[in-house]
Design a protein around this ligand. Sequence first.
Ligand SMILES: [Zn+2]
Length: 80
Amino acid sequence: MSPNKPQVANLIKCPHCGNAKNFFEITDDVITTTHYRQNHDGSFTVEEQCSQALGDVKLFCGNCEEDLTDFHQRFSEMIF
Ligand SMILES: [Zn+2]
C-alpha cells in the first residue's frame, strides 16, 4: 500500500438497503440568518447565509429513507 494514497475510511452504509452514496439530513428548529447587500437599483444580493440548529438533527438513507441517525456523529465529522 502506498503511503501517499489516502486510506479509504469505513464508509457509512445503510444496513437496510446497502446504499453508501446518498444521504439526507433533517434538522429541527433551525435559525437561518441571511445577510444581504442592497444594490443601487434597489435589488438585494445574498452575501452570506448561516444556519444554526436548535433541535435534533437526523440522518436518513437517501435511497430507502431508513433512519441512520446512529451514524450522524461520524457523518458530521466527515463533511469537508
Ligand atoms: Zn437504505
